[in-house]
Design a binder for this molecule. Structure first.
Ligand SMILES: [Zn+2]
Length: 509
């Protein structure tokens, strides 16, 4: 039987598809449908290239068919003198490229894309090289040579399948998890034959489960998805924990770690939104909304373009859902309102010099500032950080000018009221209150505070600031009127951002 190859990605078609004998054939690796005659033409083209490459690897005047007829010692000699030197350099190159690709996460959450991984080969060239190795295998008579060649073939083929998966990470198209799962399963099975690649094989098997889970989820079966997602989580955890005993694959650590955090986030999300009779489809909608938000493009905020920030946002969302279902808690401040607004609680310490002449002294002050969790979508907060925080330095206590002369100043900020709000935050459940999902990460809150301090120290030379410490995320009860958010208790410290907030642009659970 003639095997066919996909003219788009180079993958060989599976026997059952070739036998079906329909005029059109769909690739199970990249998902493209093509005419059977095109797949046949592509196969012929590849085989021509392989044949001419193989004959160029032979000693002068020898053809493959001749080589197959000579005795095994002569074949072994051809392999050792002519073929191996030629092919081993290329195998090394492919091994290196495959290992490099494995440093990237090979999974994305539903509705998201990831284009960080940049394979140096196309899948077509990798599949073609795989065919070349196969073409040479009759010459490898020694069992060690044969084993070496088979292992290389499995790795190159797995690498080709992963190149196809990387392409699928970049495009949120329907059915991609089926294709990815298929590629992962195939690669896992091939690599399971060698001890050397055992962790890679296990990683792919875990990712195949995770992809099956996502596919079920997207098809409206969240309950059915959980066991697959959990298998993915435990498999990746196992790979991560045992990777240290495989130094040659330790390079995968970061990729596996990021896959684990993403698969866990999806699993948590599904578990917590289903457990309380919640609506996982709605949650998925929120998930989609989070990942499609366009953040402002401001020069010193490239941090908003980092890829793994989404997994932290999903984590916050999943914690909120967990608190609602009763399987966890969230920090809630006291106050009135049927909505809960997220704030980053930041511990800020500074010192300043007060008094004049002989009464000069340094005073240490600790303050809390609160940062609205949605500040990242507002370009005005990014360019003018004071509008994205409870701007304690804008309110210098009125008595301070005179007191400053006497050296009795105790603070040049006015944040006491804010500390009182954050101190009321206790672990609790939202009950029926609606939860506004934070759209910033802890690191971003820290970055905003640092920018704020730079902004304020430029206008107040007496200030000496230490590095701010972002403590945690707290939720402050608020009301919604029209599209505006109303929060009591902040007084004059209410961040400008809150006044600009449009509830319709936020994600509410
Ligand atoms: Zn294909």
């Amino acid at each position: 039987m003639v095997m066919l190859r996909c003219k788009y990605c180079g993958a060989p078609f599976e026997a059952k598809d070739v036998e079906a004998n329909t005029p059109y054939i769909t690739c199970r690796s990249c998902g493209t449908t093509q005419q059977r005659i095109d797949a046949k033409a592509y196969l012929d083209q590849v085989m021509d290239q392989v044949r001419s490459w193989v004959s160029s690897a032979m000693p002068g005047g020898f053809s493959m068919s001749q080589a197959e007829n000579v005795d095994s010692i002569a074949r072994h000699n051809i392999y050792v003198t002519n073929v191996r030197p030629r092919i081993s350099a290329e195998i090394t190159e492919y091994k290196f490229a495959a290992n490099t690709l494995m440093t990237n996460p090979l999974f994305v959450m539903p509705f998201t894309t990831d284009n960080t991984a940049k394979p140096v080969h196309t899948s077509a060239s990798a599949f073609e090289f795989d065919a070349k190795i196969k073409g040479l295998s009759p010459l490898a008579v020694d069992s060690n040579d044969r084993k070496e060649l088979n292992t290389a073939e499995d790795l190159v083929k797995s690498y080709a399948l992963m190149i196809n998966n990387v392409k699928l990470l970049q495009e949120d198209k329907p059915g991609r998890y089926v294709l990815m799962s298929n590629n992962f399963s195939q690669a896992s099975e091939m690599l399971s034959k060698s001890n050397e690649y055992a962790p890679m094989s296990k990683r792919f098997s875990a990712l195949a489960h995770a992809c099956n889970g996502c596919e079920k989820l997207l098809n409206g079966d969240p309950m059915g998805s959980i066991s697959y997602l959990e298998k993915g989580v435990s498999g990746l955890k196992d790979v991560k924990d045992n990777l240290f005993s495989f130094p040659s694959l330790a390079i995968m650590y970061q990729g596996v770690e990021r896959e684990l955090s993403q698969v866990s986030a999806v699993a948590d999300l599904v578990r917590s939104s289903s457990s309380n009779g919640g609506d996982p489809v709605k949650t998925l909608g929120a998930l989609a909304k989070i990942s499609s938000i366009q953040y402002p493009n401001v020069s010193n905020w490239t941090i908003l373009r980092t890829k793994d920030r989404n997994s932290e946002l999903f984590q916050h969302m999943s914690e909120a859902l967990g608190a609602r279902s009763g399987s966890g808690t969230m920090l809630i401040a006291s106050g009135d309102g049927d909505y809960l607004f997220p704030f980053w609680d930041v511990d800020l310490r500074y010192s300043f010099v007060t008094g004049a002449l002989w009464s000069k002294k340094s005073v240490e002050v600790a303050e809390d500032i609160l940062i609205p969790g949605d500040f990242t979508i507002d370009s005005a907060c990014l360019t003018n950080p004071a509008s994205g925080v409870t701007d304690i330095f804008a309110l210098r206590p009125e008595t301070s000018i005179l007191a400053g002369l006497r050296g009795s100043e105790t603070s040049i900020s006015g944040g006491e009221g804010i500390g009182a709000i954050s101190e009321t935050a206790r672990p609790g459940n939202p009950g029926a209150r609606k939860i506004i999902v934070p759209l910033s990460t802890k690191k971003e809150a820290e970055h905003l505070t640092e920018n704020y301090l730079v902004q304020r120290t430029q206008s107040n030379s007496k200030l000496r600031l230490s590095k701010p410490y972002v403590k945690n995320l707290i939720y402050v009860p608020c009301k919604v009127s029209g599209s505006s958010v109303i929060i009591d208790g902040f007084g004059k410290l209410l961040p400008e951002r809150i006044k600009r907030t449009d509830i319709n642009k936020l994600i509410v659970l």
